[in-house]
Design a binder for this molecule. Sequence first.
Ligand SMILES: Cc1cc2nc3c(=O)[nH]c(=O)nc-3n(C[C@H](O)[C@H](O)[C@H](O)COP(=O)(O)O)c2cc1C
Length: 202
Amino acid sequence: MKKFINAFDYASDICNSMGKGILLTTKVEGQVNTMTIGWGMVGIEWGKPIFIALVRESRHTKSLLDTNGEFTVNIPYGELDNRILGFCGTKSGRDIDKIKELGLTLVEPESISVPGIRELPLTLECKVLYRQEQDLSQIPENILQRYYPQDVDGSHPGSNRDYHIAYYGEILNAYLITDLISAPLSFLRGAVLFYIYISGFI
Ligand SMILES: Cc1cc2nc3c(=O)[nH]c(=O)nc-3n(C[C@H](O)[C@H](O)[C@H](O)COP(=O)(O)O)c2cc1C
């Protein structure tokens, strides 16, 4: 089940979670991949609600986003297995199926092709509206040196030679996946129906 929300009502949850990391999930040709992101923004442009993700050029996610410009943003809400963010932030979907390795539960989306993830229930469904490569001439020298020192190449998850691309995703839906909360209720409802059935009422 999903509880639909206004993404801006949860802006502080989204931004505060980025300190530890949230997930950005993509899907191409039936294959779902997810990666940890720590940088992003929620806001408004062209009168539309937007989530901006900053993805380095070397990420597998970058090529997936360029093929299918739909993504979900998956934010922890409540308890989270701490392994998830570390794993998805150090392993590449080029080499392994992170969803399968972690046993994550995919949840059918509302209006895009990319699923949500039940274990990170605060979900934004986004469609890329615009992508912007960085204008290096406008980045202050101290930031260039800190974030792009050019000593780790693009084949490594901690690569720093390549720059970020800003993907502006229009937020089409925002919701909390409430399956875990509602599961006991569904079970109870099933048990009541079963009891009525065997009692001969239906
Ligand atoms: C806490 C944390 C935050 C991260 N934030 C970003 C980010 O905002 N942008 C980015 O390109 N990579 C970020 N990374 C690195 C990617 O998650 C990592 O390179 C990942 O393996 C890429 O997966 P992929 O190759 O399947 O796309 C972060 C990693 C961690 C651990």
